[in-house]
Ligand binder design. Structure first.
Ligand SMILES: [Zn+2]
Length: 458
């Protein structure tokens, strides 16, 4: 008997925190199928006569969704801050994204399936312990170091799937399409590990990854790396593949000012404009970063129903810039978050830095609050938008039934410690914002995926 297998039961914390409100004395009903059956007041819950799991001095939240991860980059933590300027800057003597990329390529070159597996296992355990119950893995190191496929072409993908299964985190594997080093540039040596010769080869690879992941109970999406790394004529077949199969499509876009400038020169439009032109924007599309998105880009994204995944701690680490958050809000764009380069793995901090960096950009507060900037009555705090982005927003981005505590949603849950010094004594009505603006991953005590505990007290 698996002692951690879900049984129909009641999870009874002091309170339940959702983006909209904190409900004191409410409980979460979990089914034996690993799905939530809704939230109800304690007295009502106890009348069901189910097994009760008491969670004293705890609050329960929907699990966080990490919509954009490059797991192997966890190995770079603390090792890229010496300013090795000039390594990758194309004549730019400053330490930028491009110098960091040269260091990242060196790390990618050293990977093999075993090292990727152990790195991913540890990193996914760190994510789970921080409150992330789902990870969207944007995976691009496919080939052997000489650029040829491994004897088992899925060896690297299998390493990631095995690590996720071992950890218990929910995985959406996003095998990345990559074929060139830049708009008019062949592959650099380090990039040969990422590359496919033609788009049909990539889509056949995705077929194989889907078969493998389906057997392991994990999900798959597609991911053209960027408009730098794949040509325009790859985008449409990849988008059609995703649409006909109902898969998520993730793509880096407008992370770097140079990328936007070069795309304008080459194609006469922005990266997001090019994605639209190629039919790659739709309700299942997530643009990762959007740091340099224009007002027109935001309009195009909104019209397509596409989401934006911001990665503020990574964008801060790399000096990418600060996204136009006020425009994102004005256009009603769905936001999600990702730990991306793994400099920091903490959903509270990731969310907080979306709002904090926006405050610094615009020199005002509550940029991400619903109704912000309209001059009308303040309807909510930015904490509502942020918590929704970190949970339901990520779920939508990856096409999953997670991220809320609603009936039928997978019971992916996080418990936080109300006795933790960073939140102790907080009135219930202020708890959500105390967590988002004043706490960190250290408050997380217990984590469940599909009703099965993957972190915490056993
Ligand atoms: Zn990325």
């Amino acid at each position: 008997v698996d002692g951690n297998a879900p049984v129909a039961r009641i999870l009874a914390p002091d309170c339940v925190v959702t983006p909209a409100q904190t409900l004191v004395g409410w409980c979460v009903l979990a089914g034996a199928d690993g799905r939530c059956r809704g939230i109800v007041p304690r007295a009502e819950a106890m009348a069901y006569g189910l097994e009760v799991e008491e969670l004293p001095r705890r609050a329960l939240l929907p699990g966080f969704v990490n919509a954009h991860s490059h797991v192997f980059q966890r190995r770079l933590r603390g090792r890229t801050h010496h300013g090795d300027a000039g390594v990758g800057g194309g004549g730019d003597p400053r330490d930028t994204f491009w110098t960091w990329r040269a260091q990242m390529y060196a790390e990618a070159a050293a990977l093999d399936p075993e090292l990727l597996y152990t790195t991913a296992r540890e990193c996914y355990a760190e994510m789970a312990g921080a409150g992330y119950t789902t990870v969207g893995e944007f995976h691009y190191v496919h080939n052997a170091p000489d650029g040829t496929p491994y004897d088992d072409p899925l060896a690297m993908s299998r390493a990631i799937v095995a690590a996720a299964s071992e950890t218990g985190i929910r995985l959406v594997l996003l095998p990345v399409a990559y074929t060139r080093g830049g708009f008019d540039r062949g592959l650099r040596t380090a990039q040969r590990r990422f590359a496919f010769g033609h788009v049909e080869a990539y889509l056949r690879f995705v077929d194989d990854v889907r078969a493998m992941c389906g057997a392991a109970g994990h999900h798959v999406g597609v991911a053209p790396h960027s408009v730098r790394a794949v040509p325009e004529d790859w985008l449409r077949p990849i988008a059609e593949y995703a649409t006909t199969r109902g898969l998520a499509l993730h793509v880096h876009a407008s992370e770097q000012a140079v990328e936007v400038r070069d795309t304008l020169e080459r194609y006469g439009c922005t990266p997001i404009g090019l994605l639209a032109r190629a039919g790659a924007l739709g309700p299942r599309t997530t643009v990762v970063h959007g740091t340099h998105a224009t007002e027109g880009d935001c309009r195009v994204l909104a019209a397509a129903g596409a989401a934006v995944c911001v990665c503020p701690t990574t964008e801060g680490d790399l000096g990418d810039g600060i996204a136009p958050y006020a425009s994102f809000v004005a256009h009603g764009l769905q936001l999600a978050i990702g730990s991306d380069g793994q400099t920091r793995i903490d959903p509270f901090e990731e969310l907080r830095w979306a709002e904090f960096s926006a405050r610094m950009r615009y020199q005002r507060r509550s940029v991400l609050a619903r109704g912000a900037g309209t001059g009308g009555a303040r309807l909510a705090s930015a904490g509502e938008t942020l918590l929704a982005a970190g949970t339901a927003g990520g779920a939508r981005s990856l096409g999953l039934e997670v991220g809320t505590l609603g009936d039928g949603c997978w019971a992916d849950l996080v418990a936080v410690d109300l006795e933790h010094p960073s939140v102790k004594g907080t009135p219930p009505a202020a708890l959500r914002d105390a967590l988002i603006f004043g706490a960190g991953a250290g408050v997380v005590t217990d984590v469940w995926v599909a009703g099965r505990r993957i972190h915490g007290r056993w």
